[in-house]
Design a protein around this ligand. Structure first.
Ligand code: ADP
Ligand code: MG
Length: 312
């Protein structure tokens, strides 16, 4: 069963000449236990999509189903089984963490909430912080408090809108580790928005690229990387630059020399062994071989800009 199924979701803002399509005919689904990355540059429509999925923004058209139930017909059923975190404050600043959690537990109609809150507070190592006001917490501590809130109703799926966006790198790293643990412990399903490719490669099973409101690609992180078949080979050789150059020219390869002993060759990944073999048969002694393959960031930039990727 799909935990979440979105069909032809569209959101237009403004009217007439000022009309603007923030989310354009977007369809995708998320299966139980999957961590799906929703990736795209600023303004791509990630937050607008998440807000429609939370019922905060009304779509112009399209349908949303959670657990095969129509979100618009059965919002309470769906909302009680999902939750949400973001980098921005989701709790009340003026009251303590504990009070916040108790209030949310009641809003969610959690039965016997106190033992549950205590257990989560321990899990997140927040024991010493629960009587502090939310405002007085560091950003990393707030993130943890937001996560506890998001787990109170035992959600089937958590929507995360750039949960690491305003965090220091070490705290962002801890948050990601935490999300990884969450999925192993709770088998939770996650829709994770980010503009950070490294993060998405690390924690997501599948990535949906959004650009200007449209889905431009959908694949595993590895699959997306493989779409660009180009690789760069950096060869260091002892002598005979002339022989190397003649060979590369005859093979019609794209290359650039750096001094007398180094050459960069840009080619299909599958022809790398042939080149190395060919040069070695000509008696070229290679002292160093380095292969650079595109990262997800390269793939993403290529898709977003509609340009072939060029190694710098
Ligand atoms: P992302 O989260 O991917 O950065 P958003 O979903 O926040 O992108 O925004 C998508 C586009 O929709 C942006 O161009 C943004 O300016 C526009 N947008 C968002 N909310 C509104 C609104 N309430 N009125 C008009 N335009 C909006
Ligand atoms: Mg956003």
């Amino acid at each position: 069963m799909d935990i979440l199924r979105v069909e032809k979701l569209t959101k237009r803002f403004g009217t007439g000449k000022n009309e603007f399509v923030a989310v354009d005919n977007v369809s995708f689904s998320v299966k139980e236990g999957e961590v799906v990355g929703f990736l795209g540059p600023n303004g791509a429509g990630k937050t607008t999509t998440i807000q429609m999925l939370l019922g905060i923004t009304t779509p112009t058209s399209g349908t949303i189903h959670y657990f095969d139930k129509d979100f618009f017909k059965d919002p309470q059923y769906c909302l009680s089984r999902i939750n949400f975190t973001s980098a921005f404050n989701t709790l009340q600043g003026r009251v303590t963490v504990w009070e916040n959690l108790v209030v949310f537990a009641h809003l969610y109609h959690v039965e016997n909430p106190l033992p549950k809150i205590k257990k989560l507070v321990e899990r997140f190592e927040m024991n010493d912080l629960i009587h502090k006001r939310y405002w007085d917490l560091s950003t990393g501590q707030r993130t943890r408090a937001n996560f506890i809130k998001a787990l109170l109703n035992d959600p089937k799926i958590i929507l995360m809108d750039e949960p690491t966006a305003s965090l220091d790198p070490d705290i962002a790293d801890k948050t990601l580790t935490f999300i990884e643990e969450l999925r192993h412990e709770h088998k939770i399903t996650i829709l994770y928005t980010s503009h950070n490719m490294a993060e998405v490669t690390r924690i997501c099973d599948r990535v949906i690229f959004l650009d200007k409101g449209k889905i431009v690609a959908q694949d595993t992180p590895l699959g997306l990387t493989k779409r660009i078949q180009v690789a760069q080979l950096r060869l260091t050789f002892n002598e005979n630059k002339g022989t190397v150059e003649t060979y590369l020219k005859n093979e019609r390869l794209t290359y650039r020399f750096d001094g007398e002993h180094v050459v960069y060759i840009t080619t299909e990944e599958t022809s790398l062994p042939k080149i190395i073999f060919g040069l070695s048969k000509l008696g070229i002694w290679m002292t160093d071989i380095e292969v650079k393959k595109p990262t997800l960031e390269h793939v993403f930039l290529q898709i977003a800009r509609g340009e072939p990727y060029v190694f710098s």
